[in-house]
Design a protein around this ligand. Structure first.
Ligand SMILES: [Ca+2]
Length: 229
């Protein structure tokens, strides 16, 4: 590990090597007042950066893993509640009909949030991306309408955002949604096609907070003008 050595500046007048005159006084000021002011500021910035990183990490949730919670089947299972940030779903399908031919699941986008991205971040099928992912919206799967579809046959560039491919429906507001995942090519082959999806949930500013914010800013401006008058 590399060691950093900090050259401390003279703290008193006893060091013969310390420059005298204005230069010396300037350095002395740096060592006493300047450093005292700067060091807490640096600590604050570093702490803020670290805590931001921690929040990002905390926002990455493994929402569902077939290896842990069981195979998703033709009947859509309700996924756990999404949280703001990344919500990953990890599973696999095969091409053999009657086997693990479909993975279906439902999830809710709660009020005040949007599904900002639906990323297909990983597909494992011997280098071939032979799956499709559909996003549907509705109260139940039988009548739900398809709003996004991504067919990953062949070599696709990942991650791929389903909300920005095909018809590119864009961010989706509050409601009930369904995922429908299956093999898109070589459908008679029993090769296992693993996948990882990332459902990215983002909060939207409430319309009521904007007028409040503007009123607060206007109040501050008036108060400042009165004070200066
Ligand atoms: Ca599965």
């Amino acid at each position: 590990m590399k060691r950093w050595r900090i050259n401390t500046l003279g703290t008193g007048g006893g060091d013969a090597a310390s420059p005298a005159g204005p230069e010396g006084r300037r350095m002395a000021r740096w060592s006493s007042g300047g450093l005292r002011r700067i060091v807490p500021a640096i600590v604050l910035v570093v702490t803020a950066c670290l805590s931001m990183g921690a929040q990002r990490d905390a926002a990455a949730t493994l929402l569902y893993d077939e290896a842990v919670s069981g195979d998703l089947s033709d009947t859509p299972a309700a996924l756990p509640a999404l949280t703001a940030g990344s919500n990953t779903v990890h599973g696999s399908v095969t091409g053999a009909a009657g086997g693990d031919f479909r993975d279906r699941a439902s999830f809710i986008v709660p009020g005040g949030f949007v599904l900002e991205k639906l990323l297909i971040i990983e597909v494992d099928a011997s280098g071939l991306h032979q799956i499709f992912v559909s996003l549907l919206e509705g109260t139940d799967f039988a009548t739900a309408a398809t709003i996004g579809f991504n067919n990953l046959a062949g070599f696709s560039i990942l991650p791929s955002d389903l909300l920005q491919t095909g018809a590119a429906p864009g961010a989706q507001g509050p409601g009930r949604y369904f995922l429908d995942i299956g093999p898109s090519a070589d459908t008679s082959s029993s090769v296992v096609r693993g996948y990882t999806l990332d459902l990215q949930l983002a909060s939207v500013p409430q319309p009521a907070t904007l007028p409040l914010l503007l009123a607060g800013l206007a109040g501050l401006a008036v108060a400042r003008r009165r004070r200066s008058a």
